[in-house]
Ligand binder design. Structure first.
Ligand code: GRF
Length: 217
């Protein structure tokens, strides 16, 4: 049995994705530290309630992105973190951060990448008139939501949906997909295939309507 695989979570806001991770069985993974850049964010209270150590590092108190990243990396290393999860973390990281955890940082994005990267992805999808949107879990690289995609979950956008309805439906899938991916990573199931990294034995799109190919007419 692999010993504890320590996971560091970074969050900036309400922390419902953090809560989904706290509520899930991530064995052999274990959340060892929450780093939050926003004093007073609800994510902090969620971690404290679960007995997870918290480091609040207000990015405004650092002299630039690199200095902030160095401080975050130091706390993650002190906690023995092997995997880093961005769960609603609203900061771009620098090579200082990615160099410390190469191919070990994942992010959850509320759209089916590469569509609708960046902020307000749910609004982008709604305004684009797409009928299916969803969420993506990807490895973080130096770009904005551009790293290799590990898994996605799809949801419909219904004719009478408003933005809140789309956000809620996507968030529901985020809370299912992120813990499943994080547990698979902790269990060492990341592999490299012809199309890039993938999770061994993990259905990357469990909701896809994979209807069988119609029989020859
Ligand atoms: C989620 O929609 C996530 O996809 C995006 O930011 C939001 C964070 O929500 N990156 P929460 O803080 O986890 O509730």
């Amino acid at each position: 049995m692999a010993s504890d695989v320590r996971i560091g979570v970074l969050a900036s806001g309400s922390g419902t994705n953090l809560q989904a991770l706290l509520d899930a069985d991530l064995t052999p993974g274990r959340i060892a530290l929450l780093v939050c850049n926003k004093p007073g964010a609800k994510a902090i209270e969620r971690a404290e309630r679960s007995g997870v150590p918290v480091a609040v590092l207000d990015h405004r108190r650092f002299d630039g992105r690199e200095a902030f990243d160095r401080a975050v990396v130091e706390r993650l290393r002190e906690a023995g973190v092997e995997w880093v999860v961005f769960a609603g973390f609203m900061r771009l990281v620098t090579p200082v951060f990615l160099g410390a955890f190469p191919n070990r940082v994942v992010n959850i994005h509320p759209a089916l990448l590469p569509s609708f990267p960046g902020v307000d992805a749910q609004r982008q999808a709604l305004e684009a008139g797409v009928r299916i949107t969803g969420c993506s879990v990807h490895l973080v690289d130096a770009g904005v939501d551009t790293g290799p995609i590990l898994a996605q979950a799809a949801v419909p956008i219904l004719p009478d949906d408003d933005l809140d309805a789309v956000r809620a439906r996507v968030l529901q899938q985020e809370h299912r997909l992120l813990p499943a991916v994080v547990q698979a990573l902790a269990a060492g199931r990341l592999a490299t295939g012809p199309h890039g990294p993938y999770l061994v034995g993990f259905d990357p799109a469990p909701d896809a309507a994979l209807s069988p190919v119609p029989p020859e007419r």
